[in-house]
Write a protein that binds this ligand. Structure first.
Ligand SMILES: [Zn+2]
Length: 492
């Protein structure tokens, strides 16, 4: 049994799938070439569906393709959420989602930068492969994103984002019928006019409550909160920005976490925690509306962060230049009580690139044969193992030589997590770091000289990845496969 994940029994699997509509699963799964069913998990589900027509759990609203709510929490390090054991109760709503869902305890963003991390989340490719290693780049139209694939499969798609780095001009809007990036409501505490060379005259960000309100307005207007039973499923992306600096939590949230001492870092940290609590409330308001509409348990909710935030653990405040765990280890929680047994935590390493294939497989949408992400659907549905030694690659953008917070910054910084090890290499800076995360989870003691074999092996893995990730374009879906999909009604 992998990690701490529980293995569902056959009975549990049957119970989970028995509530589905009898006809829809056939449409979703019958005749799908096995090449599109990774890990056999969905094949097992499809077979179970063919024989398990029991009434348990069935409701009129349950369909083969679930509504999907993807939530990204900007700048939210996992270990400052109480859902991941933080001692301040910063995220009661995430805690509840984790209790009823599955929590991934070693989930990684590929970079500690907003746009590249989101580009990975929508393509399953790493930033280096995409050629998007900084904010202000553009995800080109040649990429077929998660939103496009879901839209192609009949989903209604809408995004409600909270800051300029994910403005539509940077390419994440492709596939979304609605892309709400209106930052003109005056709620943003950051009044900058120019960012990464772009004019932000329309505003830089908005508060989470306002983003939630816009999403709820759309869900209401489209009948999703009003009990219509036969509409197309929705894919909604909610992006919250509140924990990003400057930390200016609302009084209600700031009062919850007074700074323990009158010191700069303690005050900043308390304010950061207050912002996380505010964002958790904003997300909670959206979840409440889905629950009131009787829709939450049937909605596949995935909550992740785009990256974390340094709070001087390695001598740096904020994010982007370092790839320690406070910068790149993020929350990842999957909540779908109608199908996925909750109350589990999985500690094998996973990454944001795994999210697109996971969502597509859980939605019964054919998986593309590209990307580095691996579907976690098997682990979620039936406790299938995740390779604990899989390689998780990390990176920082390439910098011209500079000094930031006393750090000499030059060139790229690449990292790889494998099992207990995390290796970080910056050739131009002349540094190599190896951490034993089992015994040193906060990456305080560089043991690179103590374990030369591990260093050599991981350095080689980085070099191989670096060489392979240089390929310039994504392979397209094979035309024959596409033809089969059209015949099945998957591609309009
Ligand atoms: Zn970000």
């Amino acid at each position: 049994m992998p990690g701490r994940a529980q293995l569902l029994t056959n009975e549990g699997l049957a119970c989970n799938v028995a509530g589905l509509d009898n006809e829809q699963p056939e449409r979703a799964f019958r005749g799908v070439p096995s090449v599109f069913l990774r890990g056999g998990a969905l094949l097992a589900v499809a077979l179970a569906l063919a024989v398990a027509a029991g009434p348990r759990g069935r409701t009129p609203r349950q369909r083969a393709r679930p509504d999907i709510l993807l939530v990204t929490l900007d700048t939210t390090r996992a270990d400052h959420t109480s859902a991941y054991g933080y001692d301040r109760p910063t995220t009661p709503r995430l805690e509840a989602l984790a209790r009823e869902g599955v929590r991934f305890d070693a989930a990684y963003a590929p970079m500690a930068t907003t746009l590249p991390a989101h580009a990975t989340l929508f393509t399953a490719e790493l930033p280096r492969t995409l050629g998007i290693t900084k904010n202000g780049a553009v995800l080109g139209q040649k990429h077929h994103t998660l939103a496009e694939r879901l839209a192609d499969s009949g989903y209604r798609t809408a995004a409600f984002v909270s800051s300029f780095p994910v403005d539509r001009m940077f390419g994440l809007a492709q596939g979304f019928e609605v892309y709400d990036d209106d930052f003109t409501d005056g709620s943003c505490p950051t009044a900058i006019q120019e960012w990464e060379g772009f004019d932000t005259g329309r505003g830089f960000c908005r508060r989470g409550a306002n983003t939630t309100a816009r999403a709820v307005e759309w869900l209401e207007a489209e009948g999703y909160l009003g009990g219509r039973g036969d509409e197309a499923p929705f894919f909604v992306w909610l992006h919250y920005f509140d924990p990003h600096a400057p930390y200016l939590p609302a009084d209600e949230d700031a009062q919850l976490f007074p700074s323990e001492i009158d010191a700069w870092l303690s005050t900043k940290t308390a304010a950061y925690d207050g912002e996380i609590h505010y964002m958790d409330r904003a997300l909670g308001a959206a979840l409440d509306r889905l629950r009131e509409a009787g829709r939450l348990d049937d909605t596949l909710v995935v909550v992740a962060a785009d990256h974390g935030e340094g709070l001087m653990q390695h001598g740096h405040m904020h994010h982007s230049i370092l790839i320690y765990d406070e910068d790149v280890r993020v929350p990842l929680i999957v909540h779908w009580p109608a199908r996925i047994e909750g109350g589990r935590a999985i500690d094998e390493p996973v990454q944001l690139a795994d999210v697109p294939p996971t969502l597509l497989e859980l939605a019964g949408v054919p998986l593309p044969q590209n990307g580095v992400g691996e579907s976690l659907a098997g682990a979620l549905l039936d406790g299938a193992p995740i390779d604990p030694e899989r390689l998780i690659f990390l990176q920082r953008r390439e910098y011209a030589e500079t000094v930031v917070s006393g750090h000499h910054i030059e060139g790229e910084k690449l990292g790889v997590r494998q099992g207990r090890w995390k290796y970080i290499e910056a050739r131009e800076e002349g540094t190599a770091e190896l951490y034993d995360l089992e015994n040193d989870p906060h990456e305080r003691k560089n043991v690179v000289d103590l374990y030369p074999d591990a260093r050599q092996q991981l350095s080689k893995a980085l070099a191989r990845w670096q060489a392979g990730a240089a390929r310039p374009t994504l392979p397209k879906v094979d035309p024959e496969a596409e033809q089969r999909l059209r015949a099945l009604g998957y591609v309009p």
